[in-house]
Design a protein around this ligand. Structure first.
Ligand code: IPD
Ligand code: CA
Ligand code: CA
Length: 275
């Protein structure tokens, strides 16, 4: 797939640059995927892996974008924050979202790049090299999959709704009780749940109407900045799970097609006061 052809006609030059950076990282990751056995893998916390493929992909994206936009800030999952000059514009990047899937040869992982003004996403690229799917959005210009408009699902009744979430594991189980309660509350009312293992693609799938709702707690800003914009530009809704807590700060939110939002939010956090 020629990455430039997978963008909408009116894509800006900066979106083209973001897609080119994602393509560079995607090619390197596909190459690394063919040599998984030789990858150096460490655990940041129990069950949370990072490999030299993650690091190399992040460096490729950093070098490509900061060479072209030297005054912008940076926040990468693996390299942390680099403050821009006077600009409030910054890149928020997860070079490989779904590392565990990647390391286990599960073809469900993505490169996620967001251009933000502070915490407000302005442009988004989520690229799934294994499936050759490029999700893109620019604020006020809609959301796209391989250059074709995408929209959230039509209002489905709760009993037909397909949900997704992330399930805490290993060293990150602070919110495991909340997750188990969420599942107990929502499963009897809906058509089921998916736990795919790549938050950026969970959000992209809500935007594309493949899922009706996705929620998760305690994610990093790099997991969600691009996907939040995709859902919003596809006509969906994203609200904090922790009332009055900024989503990028808490990493806890509900994203949906809008029509089902309030009915599902009412089932989440029922027994917890997070104020
Ligand atoms: C992970 C994935 C997963 C989510 C985890 C994230 P990573 O990202 O998005 O779906 O549940 O909380 O850390 O670590 O593979 O970049
Ligand atoms: Ca991630
Ligand atoms: Ca990652």
């Amino acid at each position: 797939m020629k990455i430039a052809d997978a963008l909408p006609q009116d894509a800006s030059d900066i979106l083209h640059d973001m897609a080119a950076a994602a393509d560079l990282a995607g090619r390197a990751l596909l190459e690394a995927a063919s040599q998984r056995a030789s990858l150096k893998v460490t655990q940041k916390t129990a069950g949370d892996f990072v490999s030299d493929a993650d690091m190399a992909a992040e460096k490729l994206i950093f070098d490509y974008l900061l060479e072209r936009y030297p005054g912008y800030g940076w926040l990468g999952e693996e390299t942390g924050a680099v403050h821009g000059g006077s600009s409030s514009l910054r890149w928020i990047v997860d070079p490989l979202d779904g590392t565990t899937n990647f390391l286990r040869s599960l073809p469900h992982w993505a490169v996620s790049i967001a251009l933000c003004d502070g915490d407000t996403p302005l442009a988004a690229i989520i690229y799934d090299p294994a499936k050759q799917e490029l999700f893109s959005a620019e604020r006020g210009h809609g959301a796209y999959l391989n250059g074709q408009t995408i929209r959230v699902s039509e209002d489905t009744t709760l009993d037909a709704a397909l949900l997704a979430t992330g399930l805490p594991a290993g060293g990150r189980i602070t919110y495991l009780p909340h997750s188990l309660e969420d599942i107990a509350a929502t499963m009897p009312l809906t058509a089921g749940l998916r736990r795919w293992g790549a938050a950026s693609l969970d959000l992209a799938y809500v935007a594309a109407g493949r899922l009706d709702c996705y929620w998760e707690r305690n994610l990093g800003p790099w997991d969600i900045a691009a996907g939040i914009l995709l859902v919003q530009e596809a006509g969906g809704r994203v609200t904090p799970l922790w009332p009055d807590k900024d989503i990028l700060t808490s990493g806890s939110f509900v994203a949906s097609n809008g029509g089902l939002h309030d009915a599902i939010v009412a089932q989440l956090n029922k027994d917890h006061d997070f104020r």
